[in-house]
Design a protein around this ligand. Sequence first.
Ligand code: UGA
Length: 446
Amino acid sequence: MAVIADRCPQVQVTVVDLNQARIDAWNADDLSRLPVYEPGLDAVVARARGRNLTFSTEVEASIAAADMVFISVNTPTKTKGLGAGQASDLRWVEACARTVAEAATGHTIVVEKSTLPVRTAAAIQTILSAAQDAGSERSFSVLSNPEFLAEGTAIADLEAPDRVLIGGDDPEAINALAGIYGNWVATERILRTNLWSSELSKLTANAFLAQRISSINSIAAFCEASGADVREVARAIGTDSRIGSKFLSAGPGFGGSCFQKDILNLVYLCRHFGLPEVADYWESVVRLNTWQQHRIARLVVEKLFGTVTGKRLAVLGFAFKANTNDTREAPAIRVCADLLEEGAHLQIHDPKVDAAQMARDLKRDASEVADSNGSWCRSESIEASVAGADAVLIMTEWGQYRTLDWDALASRMRRPAWVFDARAVTDSQQVRAAGLNLWKVGDGEG
Ligand code: UGA
């Protein structure tokens, strides 16, 4: 919404949320403390806020004044009830649709921005038309407009999208939304489909991207076993223009709020529609991802003489990828949980994730003292995190981890010491020259 406001000064954008504290944070003077860390977002907000971008808790009044309402609430995987563990929890989407149905005036275009199961638009339409039938002057059009931005590069992705997808059956509503994007996106990049194709395209795009990561991670394990190097394999296959070179970095498995959730949702829908083979196929992408994370934790224990109980391990990176403070489904969480279970003391460093978030994710409080039941603390610096450690485990590809002074770090560690590079960001020669043992994901020569 900030980018729309920035690119369309003639459009008034109001972002509403029930959570006063969050809205206050978006309105705060200090732009370095916005609730979401995203490179370039502060500058966009600085340009538009107070001009045509407003953050408010006045939900009903803002809906009443709006010509177009974007539903952008979370749709997490259900934790209980029908479809638990796979289906999306749509309670907030439904609540939004009901609020819009009550508060809207005149003709309102309702845009599904949240990633939703296929045919959710039908539920939104039904709720809205119930309000319409009440003899009011109000009318609604529902559009699907899924978002394809990736975290860490969100602003660049929004400013120069590969495509904008608009699904719907009301040509006027589609034109209105296309007109907004048309302020900065070339017409040929604005794709129009029916509602269901648009909803399904979003799930499919994420499923294909995640599948590439599981594919390369499966080959990474094979490379380690066979003496090949997954980066050489990725380069070799990536030059085939049909395969392409992007999204072929082996690592500790995908994290983030979307890939797992969207695939599980796809799996659930396939089962629902009587397609168990298709469901199994996509479910294996998630299974391989989980396996990769447990595999890394297991490998650390094995290399450290079969036990990490009471040992200090430095964990570099906790966010699910670089340039974000987001830890949702971060591979570091599962790997750390396994190592805590084995009794390790983890000294975790991340430039953007704070200790309170780590405590929520690890489901236990920090402690400076090693405890044989497993313990962890957040280290302010990389040097502090490696102090007295038997191993360094690199979980996120932050730029600063690419240029570490391994001689200096090695001198602070207990020997024999290991580096487990799950992101392949280190220079193998430098690590080994510092007298450290090295495991690098997908490197069969190590
Ligand atoms: C992903 C998609 O890339 C976006 O197009 C989509 O809009 C978004 O989900 C969403 O549905 O909201 P995001 O989760 O922000 O974006 O980040 P990605 O860059 O896709 O990375 C996801 C995970 O895959 C990260 O843990 C990353 O480290 C990992 N990854 C990515 C790899 O392990 N290897 C790669 O080659 C690429």
